[in-house]
Design a protein around this ligand. Structure first.
Ligand code: SAH
Ligand code: SF4
Ligand code: F3S
Length: 435
């Protein structure tokens, strides 16, 4: 009998990417076949995100386009928007057959197999820790390992705690086992994932200890992690980062706002001064560290003065890069009650001014140019777009590097002398390589 083919599309953050790998593993193990062609699929699975209105609109638009295609296919909506909307999705679009939330998507194989013709909505929540793991497939050099699910921080603007449930941490042994399996399958870099990795706790093991455990119990050459909440970002973590080259010198530390009034309303639990102090300590201990951030403009009540404080922080800190968002009301969150009082044009113009600060003052360009002349270790991941002889990869901090003549060393770590740079990429030449 011909295998049923599934096509899987993923929106949102790395957590969803990881869950999509799980779905792929579960379905292939159950006899389904993955296809990259939407039109040849028997079932289209959309793994969705709810973090901003725009993310949901995109997913709803995709559901419409899949359901109106000439060839009829089953549609499964999974992930955060499925969790948030549940039954509502069936009502919105008759083409949707399965709705599986963030804690029930692991049942996907049995549900698709039982195929009794009816629609299925399962957004039940399990409080016990997750016990399933992805089986690595493909040839990627880098992969994700989830160390915890859910979030207990309740930042007032954020939907994640409502759609991903309470924080649950995975035992260190399971994390190390998964990393070792990925290592055996050729991965050279792993990202430890959690909404706030700094609040990881498994019995007496916290996040810095977990990093030490992973260093001791695996041989994966590069370890990265995401996301760090500033309130829990500790000196012990800085020490562990500084202590071992296998821990990459890159950190994503979302500031969200530079105004203490807004930070308080956001329930972020740090002040701009405390944040700055942490950045200073981090840069003292790890001078080459690459720091990135997330920023929200137009949060309820944000005045011109509040916004200027965000600009000031961005100018002072000089992030290597920043993800910048317009505030989007999420129903059921605490900030919903604050009203959405910053007009859309103000949000847009603030977003633009913020982007200009990052770009026009050329913070990123200046920082990139400061690497010229230095030697960087780069994991070469894929051929470069511009020339077949060149390859691209990332340095220790996570910056993109194009390496001249690197094509024959893809999959290896190479030492590269940086010869030029642009806004987002360094260019270098190989001086040494390690197989
Ligand atoms: N757990 C991570 C990421 C959460 S979502 C963290 O704490 O940083 C990624 C980013 O989306 C957030 O950092 C925030 O900047 C942005 N975001 C979340 N909710 C939002 C909303 N309602 N409107 C606009 N941006 C939002
Ligand atoms: Fe959302 Fe805050 Fe949790 Fe991040 S830490 S997922 S922003 S509630
Ligand atoms: Fe991630 Fe979006 Fe869900 S950011 S956790 S996929 S709401």
């Amino acid at each position: 009998m011909e295998k049923k083919k599934f096509y899987l599309e993923t929106y949102g953050c790395q957590m969803n990417e990881y869950d999509s790998h799980l779905v792929e593993s579960l379905l292939t193990a159950a006899g389904f076949e993955k296809t990259e062609s939407e039109s040849r699929a028997d079932i289209v699975i959309l793994n969705t995100c709810s973090v901003r209105q725009h993310a949901e609109e995109r997913a709803l638009g995709r559901i419409r386009s899949v359901s109106s295609a000439r060839r009829s296919r089953e549609i499964a909506v999974i992930g955060c928007m499925a969790q948030r909307m549940g039954d509502e999705l069936l009502a919105i679009n008759k083409g949707v057959k399965y709705v599986l939330g963030t804690d029930s998507f692991y049942k996907i194989a049995e549900i698709l197999k039982s195929g009794n013709g009816g629609q299925v909505v399962d957004i039940s929540c399990r409080e016990e820790p997750f016990e399933y793991e992805s089986r690595p497939s493909g040839k990627s050099l880098s992969d994700y390992v989830t160390i915890m699910r859910g979030c207990d921080n309740y930042c007032s603007y954020c939907i994640v705690p409502y759609v991903r449930g309470r924080e649950r941490c995975r035992p260190p042994e399971r994390i190390a086992e998964e990393i070792n399996r990925l290592d055996e399958r050729g991965r050279r870099e792993i990202w430890l994932l959690g909404q706030n990795v700094n609040s990881y706790k498994n019995e007496s093991i916290d996040f810095p200890i977990l990093l030490e455990y992973v260093l001791e119990n695996t041989e994966i050459p590069r370890i990265r992690f995401l996301t760090s909440h500033p309130k829990d970002f500790s000196e012990r973590l800085i020490d562990v980062m500084a202590s071992d080259d296998r821990i990459c010198k890159g950190i994503h530390l979302p500031l969200q706002s530079g105004s203490d009034v807004i930070l308080k309303k956001m329930n972020r639990k740090y002040t701009s001064a405390q944040y700055l102090q942490k950045i200073r300590k981090l840069r003292e201990a790890v001078p080459e560290v690459v720091i990135t951030t997330d920023l929200i403009v137009g949060f309820p009540g944000e005045s011109e003065d509040d916004f200027r404080r965000t600009l000031d922080m961005v100018e002072e800190i000089e992030y290597d890069s920043a993800f910048m968002f317009r505030y989007s009301v999420r129903s059921g969150t605490r900030a919903e009650k604050f009203g959405d009082d910053v007009p859309e044009e103000t949000k847009l113009s603030r977003l633009d001014r913020l982007i200009q600060i990052q770009k026009k003052i050329k913070i990123a360009e200046k920082k990139m140019a400061s690497h010229i002349g230095s030697v960087q270790t780069v994991l070469l991941e894929q051929p470069a777009k511009q020339s077949r002889d060149d390859a691209r990869g990332k340095n220790d901090g996570g910056l993109n590097v194009v390496v001249r003549g690197g094509a024959e060393h893809i999959g290896e770590f190479v030492d590269v002398k940086i010869i030029s740079s642009s806004y987002s990429t360094l260019v270098g030449e190989i001086i040494n390589w390690q197989e």
